[in-house]
Structure formats: structure tokens, C-alpha cells
Design a protein around this ligand. Structure first.
Ligand SMILES: Cc1ncc(CN)c(N)n1
Length: 216
């Protein structure tokens, strides 16, 4: 059994809580308050600016040309597509809030992983950003009882779409390849990083829903 197939069930309780979260329910029903969505998008654009650098770092660490190209292209391509989506929505709302505690925590955690841990652990840390969004997009697209004119449809189509699915499959494949040759201790670190980043995905939705601010 490959690494991802074996690790994915371990985050099922986290994934269940993500799709049950009022933020995701609101995207699905189309009833998420617009100010919450705009807050999320603004924080996500701050997140993506850092995530892009994290992917580029992984790309520069890969010795295999194709793997390197994948992460460098993901840094540019995927992030540019996502930023375009953000621009579509954010043009309607000028938001200038500072980076939230959770956004800073998540981006800092990923940066720490890729700068202080092995390449395989870095790959495992960034993977939930691919896989969880794809699963959430697919989950929402699969629901039949959504409204006809969902204001969040562009967002849903981006993450439930084919182009994103291909890139997710490749990130999983490359991470699996690195896990094949990883010793026990490194596999344990990969698992811990994958689970932590999955928890941070939940926390990111939750912090957006709460429009999290620095308390002091
Ligand atoms: C926090 C977060 N995680 C994942 C994604 C999807 N790449 C995103 N846009 N934002």
C-alpha cells in the first residue's frame, strides 16, 4: 500500500470536522456571510503569497528534474490561478486586515518544515494544502441540494475542477515516491507533518469563520 493510501484514513476525523464546519456548510448552501468569505479570501491571499515561496523552496531542493519542475510550476501556476480567483472576488471588497494569528501560524509552520526538515517531510507538510482542498471541492460539487446561483460557485469549481485534480495527483505521487525510501524515523516525521498541516487546514477555516483577530 502506498504512503498516502495508508496515511489518509488517519486524518478522516479532521476531514469530517472540516466538511461539517459552518464555513463549508455556508459555501455549500451559498449562505456564508459575504464579510466572512472576504475575510477568508484576504487571509488566503496572504497565505498563498507565503505558500508560493514554500513550494518554490521544495522545488529548489528536488534533485529530480521533473519533481523540481512540478513544485516550481505549482508555485507559479496553481497560485496564480488561485490569486486570479481571489482578485475576482476581492475586487468587490477592499480588505486591509493584518495577517491573522492562524494564518501566520500555518505559513510559519510550513516554512519551518521545508527549511529545517528533510525534503520528504517538507513534501508531506505541504500535501494537505493540495489534497484537502480537492476533497472539499469534490465534496461540495457532489452535493445535489446546493442553490442554483451559488455566489461561491467560482471558488467551488476551482477546487473541484480537473486541472487542480491533476496537480494534486502528482503531488501525491511524488510524495509517495519519497516515502518509499524513507527510513522509519523519517516516515514518522512525514506522518506528524501531514497530520499537523491537516489540523491547520481545519484551523484556517475556523479562524476565517471567527474573523480571527489578534486579541491584544
Ligand atoms: C489555507 C489554504 N490551504 C489550501 C489552499 C489550496 N491550495 C488554499 N488556497 N488555502
Amino acid at each position: 500500500m502506498d504512503w498516502y493510501t495508508q496515511i489518509r484514513p488517519k486524518i478522516q476525523p479532521i476531514f469530517d470536522q472540516i466538511i461539517a464546519h459552518p464555513f463549508i456548510e455556508g459555501l455549500l448552501s451559498g449562505e456564508l456571510p459575504m464579510e466572512v468569505f472576504y475575510f477568508y479570501l484576504h487571509q488566503d491571499s496572504l497565505y498563498l503569497s507565503e505558500y508560493r515561496r514554500t513550494l518554490a523552496t521544495i522545488g529548489s531542493q528536488c534533485t529530480d528534474m521533473e519533481e523540481s519542475q512540478f513544485y516550481l510550476e505549482a508555485a507559479n501556476g496553481v497560485i496564480l490561478v488561485e490569486k486570479a480567483l481571489h482578485t475576482t472576488y476581492l475586487e468587490k471588497a477592499r480588505i486591509e486586515s493584518p495577517i491573522s494569528p492562524t494564518c501566520e501560524l500555518y505559513t510559519s509552520y510550513l516554512s519551518k518544515m521545508v527549511h529545517t526538515q528533510s525534503l520528504a517531510v517538507g513534501m508531506a507538510a505541504v500535501l494537505p494544502c493540495f489534497t484537502i482542498y480537492k476533497e472539499v471541492g469534490d465534496y461540495i460539487l457532489a452535493q445535489k441540494d446546493g442553490p442554483e446561483n451559488n455566489p461561491f460557485q467560482d471558488w467551488i469549481n476551482t477546487y473541484g475542477g480537473e486541472a487542480f485534480a491533476e496537480s494534486v495527483a502528482q503531488a501525491v505521487r511524488i510524495t509517495n515516491t519519497h516515502a518509499q525510501t524513507a527510513p522509519e524515523a523519517e516516515l514518522a516525521q512525514m506522518e506528524a507533518a501531514f497530520i499537523k498541516a491537516s489540523q491547520l487546514e481545519w484551523l484556517f477555516w475556523d479562524s476565517a469563520y471567527r474573523q480571527e483577530k489578534w486579541p491584544v
